[in-house]
Design a binder for this molecule. Structure first.
Ligand code: ADP
Ligand code: AMP
Length: 213
């Protein structure tokens, strides 16, 4: 099963993608996590990506597309995957479609997690991330067992630099201008469904599972 998660930053794509990956036994591939891991390791890609991420801008397509095409070609992705945070532009979607077509494959589902902009800023300011294992929490809606500590790996939880309110507004503007057109793209491809992302985390997941079967 090949799945794409769509939705505004903070809509809950990562939260749901991790649950889908666990239930269906497919890898969760997050371009944001890949960039953050590169930043942490101090790679050239990380250095370049950080310049854009800190400003709330998208990393250029030429740094993003090949990376994803390589990742989905790995053996663990042979039965499918859930892509989280990619594609984010029409050229990225076209590059993905082309790479899949070359192998006689296609995306099975694009899941749009809908949350109004008004809810996003509070979601993001309460988000706490583990930069070691990629787990995500929320101070109110999904708190860790011990404040400030990752349940999974025990590392420290942080507020991401790009989750500060001034950057979140910019990311939302970028989402509406560059990423929202993908809803139409995948709707035309006949693979889109939407879920109401304002419901609690388990209810959103139940709605997704009801569609995926
Ligand atoms: P995205 O991957 O779309 O940027 P996340 O999955 O990281 O979003 O979720 C953003 C924040 O909102 C996190 O702190 C997460 O714990 C919280 N969250 C996710 N889904 C819900 C939900 N259905 N209700 C309330 N909070 C949620
Ligand atoms: P995320 O973890 O999905 O919220 O992504 C964090 C940031 O990484 C985004 O705001 C972008 O700067 C960058 N990023 C992640 N995925 C992509 C992508 N597919 N295209 C461009 N930039 C991306």
């Amino acid at each position: 099963m090949k799945i794409i998660m769509l939705g505004a930053p903070g809509a809950g794509k990562g939260t749901q993608a991790k649950k889908i990956a666990a239930k269906y036994g497919i890898p969760h591939i997050s371009t944001g996590d890949i960039f953050r891991a590169n930043i942490k390791e101090g790679t050239e890609l990380g250095r370049k990506a950080k310049e854009y991420m800190d400003q709330g801008l998208l990393v250029p397509d030429e740094l993003t597309c090949d990376l994803v095409v390589d990742r989905i070609s790995q053996p663990d992705a042979s039965n499918g995957y859930v892509l989280d945070g990619f594609p984010r532009t029409i050229p990225q979607a076209e590059a993905l479609t082309k790479a899949l077509e070359a192998r006689g494959e296609k995306i099975d589902y694009a899941i749009d997690v809908t949350v109004p902009d008004e809810n996003i800023v509070s979601r993001m300011s309460g988000r706490r991330a583990c930069l070691k294992c990629g787990a995500t929490y929320h101070l109110v809606y999904n708190p860790p067992k011990k404040e400030g500590v990752c349940d999974n790996c025990g590392a420290e939880l942080v507020l991401r630099d790009d989750d500060k309110p001034e950057t979140v507004q910019k990311r939302l503007n970028v989402y509406h201008a560059q990423t929202q057109p993908l809803i139409d793209y995948y709707s035309k491809a006949g693979v889109l469904f939407s879920v109401d992302g304002t419901q609690d985390i388990d209810k959103v997941f139940a709605d997704i599972v009801a569609k995926l079967g």
